[in-house]
Ligand binder design. Structure first.
Ligand code: PEP
Ligand code: CO
Length: 450
């Protein structure tokens, strides 16, 4: 029998409309928007409530130090880049990293993509000017096109439907790749061996040999590798565009409670986490596990107030704090937050995003990050949790499975000149396949030492 929702719960889902909502597009035409959101509301959900519940339980384990979260993918997915190869290579990179981290942590790794819906971007300015021409800023493929023309840049509500279909296609591929044998532990291990053949990565040899021995031990001991042919892979994106999230929110017939069925996990961005704003209100009302990005201006009081709004009862796994302080600041700023939140007693998962606090512009004008800064922020994250005796619960990274050249450094020593070779991102620079695996080895060492 299905449980009907409380009328107040239903009404609450539209309260955000009365609040300040930052980073929303100026849709040119309310009638079309209404038609499209109506159409979206009639589509099947992309994920199921039970899957989000399952993820919440796993995140609860991560909050206790019994699992580790790996969340990765593009800064912004694009409709153009939705190809089977692209999705496969991103999933493959995350699976390869997860095997290395599992070994380092001796813990299950929760695998989550910034995938199948990461189409809306907050921007520092509403407009962009080039050669005296000013147009609306690019806000992600769910809203407008990247091309610098009036036609492309005017927000187009039809894009909500395209984002839904592209997300469905991406999820279908992810589900096929992770349940059809592609995720087989033995195969993922073989890929990692292939990576290690490059002499540039000699510094990780000892660690890689240990993993190799562990897999051979599992074989010898009769481990059931067939059971390791499939993995759970969760989807996530920034819950930014409320005209998309609202129509995809559905009432779970088992409980009568609302779930945002656009993804398993949604996070609130650094620019939209105002306590009295639309985003915090909206995501306080859905049952999915929720994240909030915390940048360097966050006070301990802000963090506690976010808990009051988003997880008043202290349900384990419900709330994840994704800190993005910057390598130079994390050791100074994180301790006070972690101490106050820990003293409060309500559990959170602490996750490190070492990307968004470390942006720089290269001498030749590329928006980039240094691999060493990224690693240093993760190191600072582990140091702080190590000294406080708290749990470093996961890692949030912008990455791709391709050999792009967007982040400086790594063993292949990408420099300013190399950035010009294959810089493809439309928004933030991503670790490439090799840099991602290097990061996994370095973080695995930190996890082991923890
Ligand atoms: C992002 O994750 O791409 C992003 C915009 O992050 P933040 O909200 O932390 O700036
Ligand atoms: Co980004």
């Amino acid at each position: 029998m299905s449980v009907l929702p409380d009328p107040d719960v239903l009404a609450g889902l539209d309260r955000w409309r009365t609040l300040r909502a930052d980073q929303q597009p100026a849709w040119p035409d309310a009638t079309t928007l209404k038609e499209v959101t109506g159409e979206l509301a009639a589509q099947p959900p992309l994920v199921f409530a039970g899957e989000a519940d399952n993820l919440r339980e796993r995140l609860a384990a991560a909050s206790r130090g019994e699992a580790f979260l790996l969340q990765g993918g593009d800064c912004a997915e694009t409709f153009d880049q939705l190809t089977a190869d692209n999705i496969r290579d991103k999933v493959k990179t995350i699976l390869q990293m997860a095997v290395i981290l599992t070994y380092g942590a001796s813990l299950p790794v929760i695998k989550m993509g910034r995938m199948a819906g990461q189409y809306a971007k907050p921007r520092s300015s509403d407009v962009e000017t080039r050669d005296g021409v000013t147009l609306p800023a690019y806000r992600g493929d769910i809203i407008n096109g990247f091309e610098f023309t009036e036609r492309a840049r005017v927000p187009n509500p039809q894009r909500l439907m395209s984002a839904y279909h592209n997300s469905a296609t991406t999820l279908n591929l992810i589900r096929a790749f992770t349940s059809g044998g592609f995720a087989d532990l033995r195969q993922v291990h073989e890929w990692n061996r292939g990576f290690m053949e490059n002499p540039a990565y000699a510094q990780y040899d000892a660690f890689a040999s240990e993993i190799d021995r562990a897999i051979r031990f599992m074989h010898a001991a009769g481990a059931d590798f067939d059971a390791l042919r499939t993995v759970d892979f969760f989807s996530s994106h920034e819950g930014l565009l409320l005209d998309y999230e609202r129509p995809l929110t559905r009432i779970d017939s088992r409980t009568g409670l609302p779930y945002d069925c656009s993804a398993h996990f949604l996070w609130i961005g650094e620019r939209t986490r105002q306590l009295d704003g639309a985003h915090v209100d909206y995501f306080s009302r859905v049952r999915n596990p929720i994240g909030v990005k915390l940048g360097p201006s966050t006070t301990a009081e802000d963090a506690i107030a976010l808990m009051d709004r988003l997880n008043p009862d202290g349900e384990a796994g419900r709330l994840t704090f994704i800190t993005r302080m910057g390598a130079g600041k994390i050791r100074d700023l994180l301790p006070a937050l972690v101490e106050k939140v820990t003293a409060d007693g309500r559990p959170v998962v602490w996750v490190c995003d070492p990307m968004h606090g470390n942006g720089i512009t290269s001498a030749n004008g590329y928006k980039t990050r240094r691999f060493t800064d990224v690693i240093d922020e993760v190191r600072g994250f582990f140091e702080v949790h190590g000294s406080l005796g708290t749990v470093p619960g996961g890692l949030h990274v912008e990455l791709t499975g391709d050999d792009v050249t967007e982040v400086l450094g790594g063993s292949e020593e990408i420099d300013d000149v190399a950035l010009t070779r294959r810089y493809e991102t439309l928004v933030d620079p991503r670790l490439n396949h090799q840099q991602s695996l290097e990061m996994a080895f370095l973080v695995a060492e930190m996890l082991r030492g923890h």
